[in-house]
Design a protein around this ligand. Structure first.
Ligand code: IPE
Ligand code: IPE
Ligand code: MG
Ligand code: MG
Ligand code: MG
Length: 295
């Protein structure tokens, strides 16, 4: 199966799963339609990382859908808040108006909150998941996700990202921003698949290091595309990192050198993954997609 087909199929499964889950609530809550607006579209790479990892450990895709759906809701929360006027001030996301442009700023803050909390609830209070994987693993997934989002993770990274605007930054600061704002949650999405599949501790450790490298590659590519890609293909407004003088590797090294660094990080990531005596066909293909993607 081609990786583009794997990603597309997973994106459909996740969108369908979440629509099915939230539609019954749409008569009682006006939050449902913006929640679905937030999760719709996008590449669904993090959900696919969860599914791909689980598959390598023999977990059926359908059993992981609530976890992958939760991961995408939480990712959507991060995008909705990232786009707010007080953050990156982006009007365009996934080829349509960003949440605050479509539903207003106050609603965008609340929809972000709802995506985060309801996303976590898809895992935490899910009796079916507990029956399938056991309470301990479900709790483990929640803990891994929360750690990845906290002070040492995404939120901490977003703070550093804002504090890094408009000033000179050292390369080491950029790596810290990348690892925290992007790498930590991307890694958590891989680890959730590994937890579900009872991966041995040593393999989890290797997957974690693979995830951090892949997260770095992911953000380098995002920053390169901000410079090189058109709005129609990107689905968001390009050229904004320069205008806002964001702390990116591209700012320090330029596009060409950043591409080289990304390629060598990717090679290291692939080497690490290959050190686990188990095939990871989809994970490897997603890793390639991360650095070759055009949007
Ligand atoms: C964008 O993530 C945010 C970053 C961490 C750079 P994606 O590029 O995965 O966004 P979608 O989900 O495909 O829209
Ligand atoms: C966002 O990084 C990282 C998040 C945690 C959301 P960016 O600000 O570069 O992401 P885009 O370019 O807006 O998608
Ligand atoms: Mg940002
Ligand atoms: Mg942004
Ligand atoms: Mg960006």
């Amino acid at each position: 199966m081609k990786i583009e087909d794997f990603l597309r199929e997973n994106a459909c499964l996740i969108d369908e799963y979440l629509q099915h889950h939230f539609s019954p609530l749409s008569t009682t809550s006006s939050l449902v339609s913006p929640i679905l607006y937030g999760v719709e579209g996008g590449k669904k790479i993090r959900a696919s990382l969860t599914l791909a990892t689980g598959l390598s450990y023999g977990v059926e895709k359908k059993h992981l859908l609530p976890v992958a759906g939760a991961i995408e809701m939480i990712h959507a929360f991060s995008l909705v808040h990232d786009d707010l006027p007080c953050m990156d001030n982006d009007d365009f996301r996934r080829g349509k108006p960003s949440m605050h442009r479509a539903f207003g700023e106050a609603m965008a803050v609340l929809v972000g909150d709802a995506l985060l909390v309801e996303g976590l609830r898809l895992i935490a209070g899910n009796e079916e998941l507990i029956k399938l994987f056991g309470e301990e693993k479900v709790l483990d997934m929640v803990s891994v996700i929360l750690k990845a989002l906290g002070i040492e993770g995404m939120v901490g990274g977003q703070v550093l990202d804002l504090e890094g605007e408009g000033r000179e930054v050292r390369e080491e600061e950029v790596w810290e921003i990348y690892r925290k704002k992007t790498g930590s949650f991307l890694t958590a999405s891989i680890l959730c698949g590994a937890i579900a599949g009872s991966a041995p501790p040593q393999e989890k450790e290797t997957l974690k290091n693979f995830g951090i490298l892949l997260g770095e590659c992911f953000q380098i590519k995002d920053d390169i595309l901000d410079v090189t890609q058109k709005k129609e293909v990107l689905g968001k407004t390009p050229g904004k990192d320069k205008i806002q003088d964001k702390a990116t590797l591209v700012k320090i090294k330029g596009v060409e050198e950043s591409e080289k660094i990304m390629k060598s990080k990717w090679e290291e990531a692939v080497r690490l993954l290959s050190s686990i005596p188990r095939p990871f066909p989809f994970l490897l293909e997603i890793a390639r997609f991360v650095i070759e993607r055009e949007y």
